[in-house]
Design a protein around this ligand. Structure first.
Ligand code: PBG
Length: 341
């Protein structure tokens, strides 16, 4: 330091070399860290996905998703009791029917697998928030989310069936429906049908910005819903687009969505952030199967600490703006929260 500099700053050399501002001060102890922590995961943030299959006493692990199982109705009822007892407020149900056909009849059958499961779970654990995924892909023989004509997945006819499906779920006792197809106008159609039938208080959580993603691979094994030909790019979004995501979300809100979802989560945190900032609606993020499986696989190899990474992942999703997180980690994260609070 020159004499001139000392004259200007009024500080001696030693003081200048020592930082005045020390951001580490509030990081030095766990007590301080927890006092200044901005984002805290809560069990109330989680929705746990479940896959129901026909049969009895079935609990079959999905090979690409360690810790995730296809379960029969009786097993699901027990699972739901456990989930509720752990303090997780809600589950989302996916059904795998006995038989599939080209119009996905099992999806809107009053005695379909999801409808039966909803009745059974509601009877035993009425306080658990029961959400149903509304789509045709698990029920169609071709694995597409709607009716196929030639090489087009048709919109309006499919939307009618989705509305029918949603109604049967709600009639069975579902607390909320979640259309995951990405066809145009489905939220309006579902809202209309529910209202006409007196279900004006049942909310819709729309998969509003759902991308055509490679991260759904393991789910398609779990839900046995991989398309037999083609792909989902004519309805799900291009991963490159964010302005379009905002238009999709805006449209779903206009049509009556109560909660909007961004899916997947990890590679789309910018989308999630903008959706929450722009619309301020309750916003959900789906931490999808591929995100889960990557963590599980790397942890199994001993390359990462699986629990630590899972918690970091969920915290990042919440920090980006999610009020709700649909995640296969829900039970593990709930147990982590119990052990650390
Ligand atoms: C469609 C649906 C999918 C997922 C949820 N709902 C699959 C798809 O669009 O192909 C994916 C969830 C996940 O990967 O965890 N019914």
């Amino acid at each position: 330091m020159t004499l001139n500099e000392k004259a200007i700053t009024g500080l001696d050399a030693q003081t200048v070399l020592q930082p005045f501002k020390r951001l580490r001060r509030t990081r030095m102890t766990e007590q301080f860290r927890s006092m200044v922590r901005e984002t805290e995961l809560s069990k109330n943030d989680f929705i746990y996905p479940l896959f129901v299959v026909p049969g009895k006493s079935i609990k079959k692990e999905v090979s690409s998703m360690p810790g995730v199982f296809q379960m029969s109705i009786d097993t699901i009822v027990r699972e739901c009791a456990e989930v509720k007892a752990m303090g997780i407020p809600g589950v989302i149900l996916f059904g795998i029917p006995e038989e599939k056909d080209d119009v996905g009849s099992g999806a809107y059958d009053e005695l379909g697998i999801v409808q039966q499961t909803v009745r059974a779970v509601k009877k035993e654990i009425p306080e658990l928030v029961l959400i149903t995924d509304v789509c045709l892909c698990e029920y169609t023989s071709h694995g597409h989310c709607g009716i196929v004509r030639g090489n087009e997945i048709v919109n309006d006819e499919s939307v009618e069936l989705l509305a029918k499906e949603a109604l049967t779920h709600v009639q069975a006792g579902a607390d909320m429906v979640a259309p995951s197809d990405m066809f145009d106008g489905r939220v309006r159609a579902i809202r209309g049908v529910l209202d006409e039938n007196g279900f004006t208080n049942i909310p819709i959580m729309s998969y509003a910005a759902k991308y055509a993603s490679g991260f759904y691979g393991p789910f398609r094994e779990a839900a046995e819903s991989a398309p037999k030909f083609g792909d989902r790019r004519s309805h799900q979004m291009d991963p490159a687009n964010v302005q379009e995501a905002l238009r999709e979300v805006e449209e779903d809100i206009k049509e009556g969505a109560d909660i909007v979802m961004v899916k997947p989560a990890m590679p789309y945190l910018d989308v999630l952030y903008r959706v929450k900032e722009r619309f301020g609606l309750p916003t959900a993020a789906y931490n999808v199967s591929g995100e889960y499986s990557m963590v599980k696989a790397a942890a199994k190899m001993g390359w990462i600490d699986g629990e630590r990474v899972a918690i970091e992942l969920l915290t990042g999703i919440k920090r980006a703006g999610a009020d709700l997180i649909l995640t296969y980690f829900a039970k593990e994260a709930a147990s982590y929260i119990d052990r650390h609070r």
